[in-house]
Write a protein that binds this ligand. Structure first.
Ligand SMILES: CC(C)(COP(=O)(O)OP(=O)(O)OC[C@H]1O[C@@H](n2cnc3c(N)ncnc32)[C@H](O)[C@@H]1OP(=O)(O)O)[C@@H](O)C(=O)NCCC(=O)NCCS
Length: 201
């Protein structure tokens, strides 16, 4: 989907799913407790999508089973962000609405409060963006971020994304409507900002 050669030399020895402090792996049913702990926070639910009634362990395991069973070639995936040293799952990162014709996909991520501000989301985002742009030939990542989610807005700008639009009164939280901000990042912008990763396998 990218017409021209990207303006960077790619390091073929770079591990795609491993960063200096993070390994990304497919979620599994055994992750249900971590996922439900994340979802037990209303502020997390608001940031991720919206507040819902609590789900049951059974429903959570079934959802994770479906995610785990997906074909690796499916470009809509949910991965566990794990600490490279301990293997502990600290959060998750996902792609949704992957459109191979237009070459667009949506990126989302969440890190448990006790593991935040340690660079996990940053590294997970770079790995997934590197995979989608560098291996799957997508050309644009998008993220919809609620107007009150300043941390995520700062994070998207740090990835090199641009604010492309504001959907007014797009969601309803805590008794009132909120705008949704659309961030977009092209493959060229990503590689120009971050270049190839240097770590070797
Ligand atoms: C957004 C989120 C995933 C960030 O996770 P994290 O692992 O703490 O993020 P990182 O440590 O990798 O930080 C990456 C960058 O994000 C921004 N950021 C992260 N936490 C921040 C904070 N508390 N205040 C301001 N900026 C912050 C910064 O730009 C940061 O870079 P810096 O540390 O060099 O300033 C996490 O806060 C979260 O799970 N929030 C709830 C769910 C959510 O909002 N998901 C995104 C929906 S669009």
């Amino acid at each position: 989907m990218i017409d021209q050669e990207l303006p960077v030399q790619h390091d073929m020895s770079r591990p795609v799913w491993r960063g200096s402090s993070t390994i990304l792996r497919r979620v599994e049913p055994r992750d249900w407790e971590t996922v439900m702990a994340l979802e037990s926070s209303s502020s997390y639910q608001r940031a991720w999508e919206r507040v819902t009634a609590p789900r049951s362990p059974e429903q959570c395991r079934e959802w994770l089973r479906q995610e785990a069973a997906k074909d690796p070639l499916d470009d809509n995936f949910l991965l566990a962000i794990t600490d490279r040293e301990t293997g502990v799952m600290v959060g998750c990162v996902n792609t949704t609405q992957a459109d191979p014709v237009a070459g667009r996909f949506h990126l989302g991520m969440a890190v448990a409060p006790e593991h935040q501000r340690q660079g996990y989301a940053w590294e997970a985002g770079l790995l997934v963006l590197g995979y989608m742009f560098g291996e799957r030939r997508y050309q644009k990542a998008q993220a919809y971020v609620h107007d009150f989610n300043e941390v995520s807005q700062a994070g998207m700008l740090a990835f090199g994304a641009q604010l492309e639009g504001r959907l007014r009164r797009h969601d309803f939280f805590a008794g009132r409507y909120h705008d949704n901000l659309i961030f977009g990042l092209t493959a060229e912008e990503f590689f120009a900002a971050h270049g190839p990763a240097h770590e070797t396998a």
